[in-house]
Design a binder for this molecule. Structure first.
Ligand SMILES: [Zn+2]
Length: 422
């Protein structure tokens, strides 16, 4: 391409981009105010009979919308569940968000302890007109598990105002990308089990977390699209609960290891409180650092990443878990113990996650990367030694010794970053 053609192409591309940004912005402004609507709900059900229902607990509103303003009804991944916001007057879908829940993971365990309940929270831009927020939960075969329909009236006096930023814990900007794309991806670093006297330690850990994420591609080369913000919100006591050691404590988000009796699975049941802090930080993505040296973590799509901050593998684990919560990536590792066959991914169902497949022969969903010599097809993934396949021998989503994400995971993360910042 000669110089004149290059300049012409640049002018055309610039015009297209500006047009796109203006259209997305105008579309957003017509349907939404610059504020965040939050719905808190409860999931209840039984794992032995795979029953589930969702019920509304509260609706809140807070100033500022910190999520995407373009491609409001699209998504690069399916997720276990979908939030759909529809306009009452037109019936149009005006916003969608894929998400996963710990509750759906629990359903797949077949636990026979009886009915249980778990908290959930979802953020969306506040609609100008009456709307319905619809939750569609699916099982591990991607079949409908439950639907819930919550009417949203923006004029409802019982929509509570979230605490004003002045009431919240101090915010610390850890990293500010210099991209002019709008909006940027705002990620909150939240402290779990750090006392007020340990806030400097938390900020140090939070900086290490950001460094770890931004040292991995494609985060490294797209860092200008991110803001990382730490919220200095203390717990009364130091540390988190470690049931395998008989240790229980009262931490901010109630985190504990041994989730579903897996000693290294660290999760946080106080989802509403996490969402309080996420909103106070003005962010959409939560990374929670647990003040413990016990090994473990967890990551759930559009809920949170949670990682032990003082284990030697912290840097690797936090990036792995962020792969789950940010991009919806699956675990590429598997267990050799076939007696304990994991039912998370039945082999008769193609997983929605971009980096594992139940297809044992090509073409598979990452075929273009196989054709380009950047990926392959290896048996063993999604906790199963057989019947599920991964795109590389090793990857950050498989092991702590892999140096980086595989090509398929890198592409999935890049797609998510581009989607959120278009
Ligand atoms: Zn991978």
């Amino acid at each position: 391409m000669n110089r004149t053609a290059r300049i012409l192409l640049l002018v055309v591309l610039t015009a297209v981009c500006r047009q796109g940004a203006r259209c997305a912005g105008a579309d957003f402004a017509e349907r939404f105010t610059d504020s965040t609507l939050r719905i808190d709900y409860v999931l209840t059900g039984r794992a032995d009979s795979v029953q589930a229902a969702a019920a509304l607990r509260a609706v809140q509103c807070s100033p500022g919308w910190y999520g995407r303003r373009g491609a409001l009804t699209d998504s690069p991944v399916e997720g276990q569940s979908t939030l759909t916001l529809t306009d009452d007057a037109t019936g149009d879908t005006i916003y969608t968000l894929p998400f996963s829940t710990l509750f759906q993971e629990w359903l797949a365990t077949g636990d026979t302890v009886g009915p249980r309940a778990m908290e959930g929270s979802l953020l969306m831009p506040r609609p100008r007109r009456k709307a319905h927020a619809r939750l569609h939960l699916r099982d591990n075969r991607r079949r409908t598990l439950a639907r819930a329909d919550f009417p949203i009236d923006p004029a409802d006096v019982l929509i509570a105002a979230a605490p004003l930023p002045s009431d919240a814990a101090p915010r610390h900007r850890l990293f500010e990308g210099d991209s002019t794309s709008s909006p940027k991806i705002r990620v909150a670093l939240l402290p779990e089990g750090y006392t007020r006297a340990e806030m400097d330690l938390f900020l140090e850990d939070a900086r290490r977390a950001v460094d770890a994420i931004l040292s991995h591609e494609p985060f490294a080369s797209m860092a200008d699209r991110f803001d990382f913000i730490a919220l200095a919100a203390p717990s009364v006591r130091s540390g988190v609960s470690v049931p395998a050691q008989g240790l229980w404590t009262d931490s901010r988000y109630g985190s504990h290891f041994s989730t579903f009796y897996s000693d290294r699975y660290l999760t946080a049941p106080r989802v509403w409180r996490i969402c309080d802090d996420l909103v106070a930080a003005g962010c959409q993505h939560a990374i929670i650092l647990a003040n413990t040296d016990t090994y473990g973590g967890g990551g759930i799509l559009n809920m949170y990443t949670l990682t032990a901050a003082h284990h030697p593998k912290f840097s690797q684990v936090i990036v792995h878990e962020f792969g789950h919560s940010f991009a919806g990536l699956a675990d590429e590792y598997f267990y050799d113990d076939t007696d304990a066959l994991d039912e998370t991914y039945p082999t008769d169902t193609e997983p929605w996650e971009p980096n594992i497949t139940a297809r044992g022969e090509e073409p598979v969903k990452w075929q273009p990367l196989i054709d380009a010599g950047a990926a392959t097809l290896v048996e063993g993934a999604g906790y199963r030694p057989r019947g599920l396949y991964r795109p590389a021998h090793d990857c950050r989503m498989r092991s702590n010794t892999a140096p980086e994400f595989c090509a398929v995971c890198r592409q999935a993360i890049e797609r998510m970053i581009l989607f959120l910042t278009q």
